[in-house]
Design a protein around this ligand. Sequence first.
Ligand SMILES: [Zn+2]
Length: 68
Amino acid sequence: MCQHQPPCPSADSADREAAHPVAHHPEQGWSLLCNGVLLFDDTGELLPDGKIVAPHRPSGTRHVTTAA
Ligand SMILES: [Zn+2]
């Protein structure tokens, strides 16, 4: 799937997020990486095999909605 040289990390690699985005939809809050990973703005991921990775970015950089 990835055409880059050197090849980007594969979807099952620990640094899969370092792959190049091939589609970016900030208004929808996700990017598709060239290794097939769907990366969400909250750092959650959807892998090509359907596996879900929970958001893992340290708190402080994303908007948190507080229940009033
Ligand atoms: Zn690539």
